[in-house]
Design a binder for this molecule. Structure first.
Ligand SMILES: [Zn+2]
Length: 105
């Protein structure tokens, strides 16, 4: 008897690439928490003071932290999960579409 989940009659068919991606994330990342990101959910701010930018390592007074960054892009529907650890300069760059993480590669 075959154990292939994509074979008819065995479980739910899953696209191979999607299954590979799911396995990658479950093998390499730990889920810290799960919560809804829509506007009806409770606001949550990640990070602690004093401010230190996670992208450039900058701190006050060399960097400003006047704007509140979203920990997950607002374009993905995040209305509630925000962070203290993104300086205004990197926020501007990231909002323009350049990932701070990719700049470090
Ligand atoms: Zn920064």
């Amino acid at each position: 008897m075959s154990e292939d989940p994509n074979e008819p009659g065995h479980g739910i068919p899953v696209e191979t690439e999607a299954l590979k991606a799911l396995r990658f994330y479950t093998d390499h990342y730990d889920q810290l928490f799960f919560r809804g990101l829509g506007g009806t959910n409770k606001q949550m701010v990640l990070g602690t003071k004093p401010y230190k930018c996670r992208f450039c390592g900058g701190e006050r007074p060399a960097r400003t932290f006047r704007k509140r960054a979203h920990a997950v892009s607002e374009l993905l529907g995040n209305k509630v999960l925000k962070s203290l650890y993104e300086c205004d300069a990197d926020l501007l760059i990231n909002n323009a579409g350049t990932s701070g993480a990719l700049r470090r590669l």
